[in-house]
Design a binder for this molecule. Structure first.
Ligand SMILES: [Zn+2]
Length: 493
């Protein structure tokens, strides 16, 4: 099929998804011809059925690459700019989104998500490369993923980045100024990005889908201002306001401190999506009561990390109780459990990873208690995966992982293949970092060619369970349970 036919098919997609109107057809065709370094047109193009946008994208990119229109190293930017031709303007996307919202919040998010996939802003093909499976832990099925679409970040590098004052434009990857930005070596290609504008408690926020989604309809809710993350009353209240707008989505915030927080602490943002995480499925280990909030149902979640779950029809009560728990946690010490709210220099170490959802008429808030202290024994974090688990996971335990979805680094795919060979007694190049673990597996189990891959995968799931246990401030054991009760008594005091 000719390149001209592909261009014609591409233009048809733009008309169909509302990027342009029929009267704009010739105009868009001519702009595309120039973009692809062509200057003539064929009369032989035909009207065809709507084609797959990514297939046309591949053909047009291949054509332009062979022709030398762009360099292979710049594919990301050229591709995004190409797809921008079939992406409606931000004003149009916002208009359609809020019009559909009047039918239902779901039809609005469906529209936006389908569009994001169609224009390859959500990179479905890269996401499909990720490895996913379940691990049946004592806390329910944990979701294990090995991320083959995005590189990993080191927690110390994230902490260091917090201190760097970046003057470049846009200030960071979450700034609203990325919308339509061509990109460069330091900044991702965002020509085809669109952001839905919304208000949470009278503040201006943006809503976009994550290009490399970790879960279904993974979206980012970002403040229009480039300002640091903060877990506080405003945050709890914003999460509730978002649920009022989009009750079919969950929403959570990463903690606002290094080691226990997410990868970007410098820009106020939340993560949302349409996915039921293992933690959301976990039942309560026990019910408790908060004296000041008798109207709220409260319990400790049966979970390796330390989670209080608040449930009520009244979102304001939930926010008030969250404020109270946060304030108490920020000053709580239990030295017998190495829990220390403040170091001698006055640095505060306690915060919360909050996750909210609606269940019918009820608002549910899960508060994961976090402590980012380090010690001589645990220089990377007392409540962070400990050194013996780093061969599998050494990155921060952010809100997604806290909810039981492991995001493991791509390096594990080749590394675990070598571990499998080692377990089978074959010649191998297993990295030394996996040896102690592999020897332990070898001593406790038998492996065959048929089952070694499955068993290693499950053993990784077991490591991830320990990762979450390490991140728990009140351990799931007798002294941890007693410690948790002491903290609840402190809240009620
Ligand atoms: Zn920013």
């Amino acid at each position: 099929m000719s390149i001209y036919q592909k261009i014609q098919d591409f233009v048809k997609l733009a008309i169909a998804n509302g990027s342009i109107e029929a009267i704009d057809e010739i105009y868009l065709r001519n702009r595309l011809l120039h973009f692809l370094s062509l200057s003539d047109w064929s009369e032989n193009v035909q009207e065809t059925n709507l084609s797959d946008s990514l297939e046309i994208m591949d053909e047009l990119l291949n054509f332009a690459l062979k022709k030398g229109v762009f360099k292979a190293a710049d594919t990301e930017f050229y591709e995004s700019a190409l797809m921008n031709f079939i992406t409606p303007l931000p004003s149009k996307v916002n208009h359609v989104f809020w019009k559909k919202y009047q039918q239902s919040p779901e039809s609005a998010t469906n529209y936006f998500y389908d569009l994001a996939k169609q224009v390859n802003q959500v990179k479905t093909r890269e996401i499909a490369k990720n490895i996913e499976y379940l691990y049946p832990s004592t806390y329910g099925d944990l979701q294990i993923t090995i991320n083959l679409s995005k590189p990993e970040k080191d927690p110390k590098a994230i902490a260091a980045a917090k201190l760097i004052h970046d003057n470049s434009y846009p200030k960071c990857a979450l700034c609203i100024e990325n919308e339509g930005f061509y990109g460069n070596g330091n900044k991702a290609a965002r020509s085809n990005h669109r952001i839905v504008r919304l208000e949470l408690n009278d503040e201006k926020w943006g809503f976009q889908y994550s290009p490399y989604a970790y879960f279904n309809e993974h979206s980012i809710v970002l403040n229009e201002k480039h300002q640091p993350m903060a877990i506080d009353h405003r945050c709890f209240s914003n999460l509730m306001a978002f649920l009022d707008l989009f009750p079919h989505y969950m929403i959570g915030s990463n903690a606002d401190l290094p080691i226990v927080g997410g990868s970007i602490l410098t820009h106020d943002h939340y993560q949302a999506g349409r996915h039921e995480f293992p933690m959301a499925k976990a039942a309560l280990r026990e019910k408790i009561s908060l004296d000041k909030f008798p109207e709220i149902e409260v319990g400790i979640v049966n979970w390796p990390m330390s989670v209080l779950r608040l449930s009520s029809r009244n979102s304001e009560s939930i926010v008030a109780a969250s404020d109270e728990i946060l304030a108490k946690w920020r000053e709580y010490n239990d030295l017998s459990l190495s829990i220390r709210a403040q170091s001698s220099d006055g640095t505060l170490h306690h915060t919360i990873t909050p996750i909210a959802r609606k269940r019918g008429d009820f608002y549910e808030m899960d508060l994961v208690l976090r402590d980012n202290n380090v010690s001589e024994t645990f220089p990377d974090g007392i409540f962070h995966p400990h050194a013996e688990l780093h061969h599998i996971k050494k990155e921060n335990i952010g809100l997604i992982e806290a909810m039981g979805l492991a995001i493991l680094p791509a390096r594990l795919v080749p590394e675990l293949a070598e571990v499998e060979k080692y377990l089978l007694g074959k010649e191998n190049q297993m990295d030394e970092i996996h040896k102690a673990w592999a020897d332990q597996l070898k001593a406790t189990d038998q492996f065959s060619v048929e089952d070694v891959h499955y068993k290693v995968g499950q053993a990784v799931g077991e490591v991830f369970t320990k990762v979450l246990q390490d991140a728990g401030v009140f351990k799931d054991d007798e002294s941890g349970h007693a410690g948790f009760h002491n903290f609840i008594d402190f809240i009620n005091s």
